[in-house]
Design a protein around this ligand. Sequence first.
Ligand code: PEP
Ligand code: MN
Length: 339
Amino acid sequence: MIVAMQETATEDQIQVVTEHLIEMGFSVHRTTGERQTILAAVGARSDFDTRNLEVLGGVMEVHRISAPYKLAGRSFRPQGTIIEFKNGVKVGGKEVVVMAGPCSVESREQLFTVAELVAKAGARALRGGAFKPRTSPYSFQGLGLDALKLLREAGDKHNMLVVSEVMEISQIEVMLPYVDILQVGARNMQNFNLLRELGKLKTPILLKRGIAATIEELLLSAEYIMAGGNYNIIACERGIRTFETYTRNTLDISAIPIVHKLSHLPIASDPSHGTGRRDKVAPMARASVAAGADSLLIEVHHNPDKALSDGAQSLYPQQFVELMDSLRMIAPAVGRSIA
Ligand code: PEP
Ligand code: MN
């Protein structure tokens, strides 16, 4: 941590700050320039609240120089994390893994139709909601256990992994027999009790960024899960809320290279929720792959106009096929591949 003192700081004030830092376990290296004193504090603590220093007399600025997360940080595994699944799919390797499916599982007919078409087009995971976090309590809430059974059956039929969202601790046990990846939705990124429980598992977690969360907060949420012993996490950029109203959210493509720099975890991009509009999904999916995304989440529906949730952002089957074709041209340009 770097503490820059004000030009007017007195020797007493500098001493108070120095003692405060020593008390916190830092060793302090002082540089006194012509005008200003700089204190460099080196130490083990990363959970330190810099505001405690900022409010001390004579302090001008405080800068953290080490990340507040350890296990999620790049230096924990400089080579990067690759999550391997039983069907041979690897997330974080050379292949960009496409996870696709309907926003919600609505019926057997719907799910099996969509599963077949996304599998044929190259999706490696079937993604569908069984428990839905809906903004309105009157909207479709999901088919629950019935949906999970259908997802497993359709996933197995087409050799696809199954991904579905867990909204609360009590659903974990119900879901485990049916899913390969548990998704934590944007609304639950900081449900710390849920994250702690997921830390006790080995099942991979797809952790979505909250709509108002910084990248640091996303990585701290990953740290919660990792602190419990589950290192199998895929971070996911799914758009954040900004002042822009044309799109549902603003997909923060820059989060992809930033997470790669700060963390060893693979990062997925979700241009469906990230834009909320079908016509914007393919361009942003292509941009995500070009930016280095390890995985994509794409909502697809065989009849989006009748979808019970997120129809406007769901691709028509042919659009998904065309998107996959274009990704097969873009991926090699950045050293990646698509199934
Ligand atoms: C979803 O994936 O269908 C979903 C609800 O996503 P998010 O949590 O990103 O809104
Ligand atoms: Mn959705």
